[in-house]
Design a protein around this ligand. Structure first.
Ligand SMILES: Cc1cc2nc3c(=O)[nH]c(=O)nc-3n(C[C@H](O)[C@H](O)[C@H](O)COP(=O)(O)O)c2cc1C
Ligand code: SF4
Length: 630
């Protein structure tokens, strides 16, 4: 998509924009998304290159790399891309060529994590403006001396120059999310009393020195973007009024565009918002910044659809629309909008599995198992096509059907009596989780377009794959309440119904937590009893926080660490509806759905799961199996 024909539906999104001395062909931006796809030594290797090139090929006009470390003391992930020495240039050049080949403009985000990393990752003591530990990492950083500040200014400028030499079109200074540059800007983390602390002019000194050095080395026309967190959502953190002043000062210093994000590690759920949050929720902040400057402004935050971004452009809220996780989920989002086939977009569900995993082995995504594995997903046709029967239509089964059909096999999906989407269709009925329904529709469409026949069964087959599913339940509850029902009994219902009985949910796994949400949303007085210390105990911390809020909003009483749950349960009226989930993983639990027996003629199981991480594991196992079929 090198030349943009005028697009009637999205004229603004598909119009070019000048940033410094480059022209971005359209307004679709891949913002920095850390993947852990770089090589162990910090070089940009094939995986990172293929990952970013796929987004450029998919039509994004501006691709910004994940944050690239400018100095080893600021490394944030074990396999983070680095721009800290000249030896990186050849690989960075390959990256630039691969992305630009598709007509996209490429910026490299340059960054130092400051206190928001761990010394076991950097191999050095952590560094920050002031010795205040990050409340999440809880490691005390050293206060930077003025001499060290100068060295890091130099490191940022040198990294920018390396990117320029490698053929990048511009750089983005990571001045958001509590990383080092942001830590200087924010009164929450900068308590210095020298020329780098105190009033805003002083807190800005570090970033302004970086900008000045980059301009000196790379030239005034070389595009510089600065990403800021316009609201940090922490005590004494940056707020929009001050952020607008920052943006003005950045413009005056020669910056060419400002990217408006939010949050720090402590307020992470605002930064990468979870399922159910409003699309474009922070666009008003971008607009406030845009009203203060005359350079282009980029907005971000749960953007998924071209329609929403086009409207934001038309309303003057933003000049560029950054699609973070949406670009992980579907690298071809802009091309599909351009070609009028956006109903084929695989939408991000906000599960944040990518986020949890980027700190661990690497980014994974349930709706796009090709992420970081783009080369393997250039699928070759099978030399021995066969007839494949899949019994079950969970996301894993539909992924299997898609891959097998892409390889040229004849694929039939017998959905049986279960809903298409399996347990994710149950989840889609939970208030706040409707995006899971969009995922079901998207992966179903993907399988059908590839040629899978969903809802039918062949007279004979060469391979039969069967689906199994499980939800943990603590059997002890039945000793006290033999009439109890399982979480699956509740979650599988289309409608919960209200008969005036109060509900007691024994368990706090995500299925139990969401069963409680459904019961309470249906109007029942609901209590959760659990031996664990929190709800959604099998989900990641971000989900736990959101689940707590949802339960509180519905007035659900949550009794945690309830070692005496038996006594408490006996205290409820005999007519109370008792629901059994997982009281604690260490409890004796069994599964609401028996695993069944695989028959000799079967090829294997496909695993459906409720919790997003477990679901993703099932999808990846299945994808691996189906890609390896002859
Ligand atoms: C896995 C992951 C890694 C991220 N890494 C970075 C990063 O390196 N630099 C950065 O500025 N933002 C990073 N972000 C934030 C995103 O760029 C984006 O601002 C955020 O996810 C909100 O946008 P979205 O709702 O479109 O995903 C990351 C987000 C995710 C989910
Ligand atoms: S892992 Fe989840 S949040 Fe991340 S891109 Fe994929 S669907 Fe979106």
């Amino acid at each position: 998509m090198t030349k943009e024909a005028r697009n009637e539906r999205y004229p603004r999104l598909f119009s070019p924009l000048h940033i410094g001395n480059v022209v971005v062909p359209n307004r679709f931006v891949v913002p920095a998304v850390t993947t852990n796809f770089a090589e162990k030594n910090g070089d940009a290797g094939e995986r990172l290159i293929n990952y970013l090139a796929a987004r450029a090929e998919g039509g994004f006009g501006l691709v910004i790399t994940e944050n690239l470390g400018v100095h080893e003391t600021g490394r944030v992930m074990p396999r983070m891309g680095m721009a800290d020495c000249d030896e990186r240039i050849p690989q960075l050049r390959k990256l630039a060529q691969a992305v630009k080949r598709h007509g996209a403009v490429l910026f490299g985000q340059i960054s130092h994590a400051g206190r928001q990393t761990r010394s076991r990752i950097t191999g050095h003591p952590l560094l920050a403006p002031s010795p205040i530990p990050c409340p999440l990492n809880r490691e005390m950083p050293l206060e930077l001396s003025v001499g060290q500040i100068g060295e890091l200014v130099e490191a940022f400028a040198a990294a920018a120059m390396r990117l320029k030499i490698a053929g990048f079109d511009g750089v983005e200074i990571h001045g958001a999310h509590g990383y080092l540059v942001a830590a200087f800007l924010s009164p929450n983390t900068n308590k210095r009393s020298d020329a780098y602390g105190g009033p805003l002019e002083n807190r800005m000194r570090f970033v302004l020195e970086i900008i000045s050095q980059i301009r000196e080395r790379c030239g005034a026309g070389f595009p510089i973007s600065v990403r800021i967190s316009a609201e940090e959502f922490v005590a004494d953190g940056l707020q929009i009024e001050e952020s607008c002043r920052i943006a003005k000062a950045l413009e005056a210093a020669g910056v060419h565009t400002v990217s408006v994000s939010v949050g720090v590690y402590e307020s992470f759920n605002s930064l990468s918002m979870i399922t159910g949050e409003q699309e474009g929720r922070w666009l008003h902040l971008a607009q406030a910044v845009r009203n203060s400057v005359s350079i282009p402004v980029m907005g971000v935050g749960r953007l998924k659809r071209a329609e929403v971004a086009e409207k934001a452009l038309a309303n003057g809220q933003i000049d560029l629309a950054a699609f973070g996780r949406a670009s992980v989920a579907d690298p071809a989002l802009p091309a599909k909008a351009r070609d009028g086939i956006e109903d084929q977009t695989i939408t991000c569900i906000g599960c944040n599995i990518c986020l949890g995993r980027s700190a661990r082995p690497e980014t994974i995504c349930p709706v796009n198992p090709a992420v970081g594995d783009e080369a393997r997903f250039h699928i070759a046709g099978s030399t021995t096509p066969v007839t494949v029967l899949i019994e079950g239509a969970s996301i894993a089964s539909l992924t299997a059907a898609w891959l097998a059909a892409m390889r040229g096999h004849q694929v039939f999906v017998d959905t049986g009596s279960e809903p298409i989407g399996g347990m994710q269709t149950w989840r889609a009925r939970v208030p706040g989780m409707h995006e899971y329904g969009e995922m079901v529709a998207a992966v179903l469409g993907r399988a059908v377009r590839a040629g899978a026949k969903v809802g039918s069964r062949p007279p004979r087959w060469d391979m039969r794959w069967r689906e199994r599913r499980a939800l943990a339940i603590s059997n002890d509850v039945f000793e006290i309440r033999p009439d109890a029902v399982t979480t699956a009994d509740i979650l599988a219902r289309d409608e919960i119904g209200e008969d005036g009985r109060e509900a007691v949910v024994c368990g706090s796994d995500i299925a139990a937590t969401e069963a409680a949400i459904r019961l309470a949303a249906g109007g029942r007085k609901t209590t959760i009893l659990t031996q664990m210390r929190d709800v959604a105990h099998d989900a990641h911390p971000g989900y736990r926080e959101v689940s707590r809020k949802r339960l509180a909003a519905l007035g659900v009483e949550v009794v945690t660490r309830a070692e005496n749950w038996r006594d408490l349960l006996k205290g409820f009226a005999p007519q109370a509806l008792v629901v059994v989930g997982e009281l604690a993983p260490s409890n004796e639990t069994s599964y609401a759905y028996p695993h069944g027996v695989i028959e000799e003629a079967d090829s294997g199981w496909i695993d459906d799961a409720y919790e997003a991480g477990a679901m993703t594991a099932g999808i990846y196992n299945t994808a691996n199996t189906f890609l390896a079929l002859p």
